[in-house]
Design a binder for this molecule. Structure first.
Ligand code: GUN
Length: 246
């Protein structure tokens, strides 16, 4: 919806990933002034189509639109972002069909580097529905001791400095500095920000922090591709579920 430059990049990357894995994808680039009703009509049409297994509405939406109502209009079986209340509820219960894309991508990275979560101090900075909250939940499911920090947290730097695994999802460029990081910590940067020169950067001041970490993810090229990989997995799962394929 509209012409958010970051959304443009994300949608292009998602389309490319579909092509790479052999999924058919359709893009509906709707103008900024599109009404709620028009958008809901499109979602309903896609809900009904048997040849469409996954639906994703790229956020943020223009201000005049109610993103909650739009997300709730998506058939939960086609909700490959796992944003619908039904899917969010299932994630809370640990019985999900679809993994939340960015948090699941982060967990996949931890698994593939054999980084144990159980018993570790995990600190998530940010409490968004897309990343912070589901990230905390997935870490909790793997027996992490999880703290969620946010804009009202007192002594945020001290809280972060206790983390064995620190996940930054605040949306503030280079927010995490060396004094907020414990020696040997695993630092995961979910940020997609722009620095003072307009260059893509993360929520972590990479150069300032990197020497203290046992592992650190870069931006770009860290979490972003993992988010998209999970989206592809979810879409395949949706297609299987809708066609009763094991
Ligand atoms: N905006 C930022 N991240 C995401 C995402 O993972 N999915 C959608 N639909 N919109 C986003």
């Amino acid at each position: 919806m509209g012409d958010d430059p970051a959304s443009r990049v994300y949608v292009n990357n998602k389309k490319k990933a579909c092509e790479a894995v052999g999924f058919m994808s359709e893009e509906y680039a709707l103008p900024e002034h599109t009404s709620q009703e028009e958008l809901l009509n499109l979602v309903n049409t896609l809900n009904k189509r048997d040849d469409i297994n996954g639906i994703l509405v790229q956020l943020p939406l223009p201000k005049h639109l109610d993103d909650k109502a739009v997300i709730e209009a998506i058939d939960p079986k086609k909700d490959v972002d796992a944003f619908h209340a039904v899917n969010v509820g299932k994630i809370m219960l640990g019985e999900y069909d679809f993994l939340p894309c960015t948090p699941a991508g982060v967990m996949e990275m931890l698994h593939s580097y054999n980084i144990e979560v159980s018993g570790k101090n995990c600190v998530v900075i940010g409490r968004s529905n897309i990343v912070g909250k589901p990230m905390a939940m997935l870490l909790l499911h793997e027996n992490g001791t999880v703290t969620i920090c946010h804009s009202r947290t007192r002594n945020l730097a001290e809280a972060c400095a206790q983390a064995d695994i620190l996940v930054a999802a605040v949306g503030i460029p280079k927010f995490v500095k060396a004094h907020m990081v414990k020696e040997g910590a695993v630092v995961i940067d979910v940020g997609m920000d722009r620095d003072e020169n307009g260059k893509l950067c993360g929520d972590v001041d990479f150069e300032n922090v990197k020497d203290k970490c046992s592992f650190i993810t870069p931006v770009p090229g860290g979490v972003g591709p993992m988010t998209i990989a999970t989206l592809m997995k979810n879409t395949l799962k949706a297609a299987k579920l809708q066609n009763n394929v094991k």
